[in-house]
Write a protein that binds this ligand. Sequence first.
Ligand code: GAL
Length: 306
Amino acid sequence: MSADPSEPGVIRPGHVVLDQNGDVAQLHGIGILNWNGRFYAWGENKAAGSAFTGISCYSSGDLATWRYEGESLTRGEGELAPDRVVERPKVLHRAADGAFVMLLHIDSSDYADARLGVAIADTPVRPYRYLGSERPLGNLSRDIGVFVADDASGYLLSEDRDHGLQIYRLSDDYLSVESLVTSLLKPGATHGYESPTMVKHEGLYYLFGSDLTGWSLNDNVYATAPDLAGPWSPWRLLAPEGSHTFESQVSVVLPVETSHGRRFVYCGDRWQRDELFSSPAVWLPLRIGSGRARLEWVDEWTLADL
Ligand code: GAL
């Protein structure tokens, strides 16, 4: 995953992301991967607030300058009807046949359905064919994240209000959930964390998530483990206490290969509940190493600063 444009553009945390037309990029609840040396990102198109409008796709060489590529998923019938909730698109590239598999949080407008949706395409952009949804091993599944291991095995991170933050092994084709690896709880609670994302660095897994406060922001946390099954460390804050993770909710921690090694970018949402469409992005360098992850505020930065 390398991206090394010669003159990377400036990223301004706390501002909306604009595309080449000057429109607000609909990269809310972002999922992102590096493909053929370019970042492809998918986000919730919030034109209709929390009701489903579409999953928008953008690409960039430097995380600062974005090209709108089109809608990867659009309104339809049934689970993609306009009164539905479709959130947190996360795309995995299936090396075996080059397909792109998109996993999604699929829900009813009252968030009672709590299902995992799946769509597939043979290009990163479109069109994705919606294949349907499941409740992983019968469990509730709302906010999700994905992780692909070095051996290409895929994992789903999923918030299950009844059992905690679940780590599941996906089937080899990434289209369904195969088995449960482990469940993690918030200390003293019967639930876990949401909006999960995970990276591996220097032999340790780093799992990130936020507390369950809806569109309100909170102090996000992370835990580490040498093995996905654990033992997992205690949860720790990744930003100063009380900063509400610099007023954001983690969506993805993105590994980026630089000339001096692997670095990480935190991509979070600063939700504006009354105008979700214009919610700013809070993207910051995230320092990870020796079992710790630390987010510090900078007003501006570029990929060359990583
Ligand atoms: C949050 C979740 C968001 C959205 C929101 C709706 O907890 O992270 O993706 O579902 O709730 O209230």
